[in-house]
Design a protein around this ligand. Structure first.
Ligand code: C2E
Ligand code: CA
Ligand code: CA
Ligand code: CA
Length: 279
């Protein structure tokens, strides 16, 4: 096309790259400074489908950039993955989540915590296993209090190596959960071999539950499949009472979403849990 269009496109691209480099540099600096008060974990409850009691929480990373304000993980996790920072960032998450669970326990609140894993953490299983083991030991935590969420597409990538890594993680005693289930292409025979205890149905299906017969059919099939394989099912992104009712009727084990609670700082979660667990 015209010279102008090309120049604009190029300038725009360079902007994007410079932007990412800058974010990567700032993220690295924050990590070298132990998070620098900029990184934190927010926690979103998973509640029982039937009683609505809180059964555990998922840790979700937050970054408060000194100049740019809050940046979401959908923006900075890919940058961390691209620029080789994800292992250090993932280590920070493991340490912080375990420290927090121990602190809650000391306050009389028993909660399981789930953390999200990046594909690159799974590709360095030695380092990951060591980090997990140390964090559990240091905090006097039982491995069963920790679960790891791995997206379906990551779990299916490089199946042989992934299976071996998941077996080793399972042997450690942590529980494994397949995240965003329904968006990838799992082979059922492969799924059956993995030491996984939970499937999380992707939010896109939950969103369409009240309007789409297809989404209803998929959700029903996933719940039945999971139960037939002895797995527990979690629905993510539950926003309406209609969706929750539909999921309960289909015997979904756990529900998670804004309808119950948004991800929140640790201090707030303590109050939320006490309120919600009060008889
Ligand atoms: P995810 O693991 O699928 O997490 C669920 C996302 O949906 C979270 O977004 C959560 O805040 C949001 N969510 C929860 N309930 C609702 C709801 O009812 N409605 C809507 N619209 N959204 C809801 P968030 O916190 O922005 O995280 C985005 C993604 O970033 C996560 O998706 C996960 O893949 C990744 N991520 C977050 N923290 C970490 C981390 O510590 N390590 C790694 N590797 N990835 C992380
Ligand atoms: Ca997740
Ligand atoms: Ca998810
Ligand atoms: Ca998702």
């Amino acid at each position: 096309g015209g010279g102008n269009g090309f120049a604009f496109f190029e300038a725009h691209m360079q902007d994007g790259v410079r932007d990412q480099l800058e974010l990567a540099r700032d993220l690295r600096a924050a990590l070298e400074d132990g998070g620098a008060g900029q990184l934190s974990l927010h926690y979103q409850p998973k509640v029982a489908g039937d009683t609505q009691r809180v059964l555990g929480v998922e840790a979700l990373l937050r970054w408060q950039h000194p100049k740019r304000g809050a940046i979401g993980p959908a923006t900075f996790i890919p940058v961390a993955e691209r620029f080789g920072i994800i292992i250090a960032l993932g280590d920070w998450v493991i340490d912080e989540a375990c420290r927090q669970v121990a602190e809650w326990r000391d306050q009389g609140l028993r909660l399981r915590v789930a953390i999200n894993l990046s594909v690159q953490q799974l590709r360095q299983p030695e380092a990951l296993l060591q980090r997990l083991q140390h964090a559990l030991q240091r905090n006097g935590m039982d491995a069963s209090q920790l679960s790891l969420e791995i997206t379906e597409s990551v779990a299916m990538e490089d199946a042989g190596a992934t299976e071996r890594t998941l077996q080793r993680l399972g042997a450690l005693g942590v529980s494994l959960s397949i995240d965003d289930f329904g968006t990838g292409y799992s082979s059922l025979s492969y799924l059956r071999r993995l030491p996984v205890s939970q499937l999380k149905i992707d939010r896109s299906f939950i969103q369409d539950l009240e309007t789409s017969a297809d989404a209803r059919a998929i959700v029903k099939a996933v719940i039945e499949l999971a139960h037939a394989l002895g797995l527990e099912v979690v629905a993510e992104g539950v926003e309406t009472t209609g969706q929750a009712a539909e999921l309960r009727a289909k015997r979904c084990d756990k529900l998670q979403g804004y309808l119950f609670a948004r991800p929140m700082p640790a201090a707030e979660l303590v109050h939320w849990a006490r309120r919600s667990q009060a008889p």
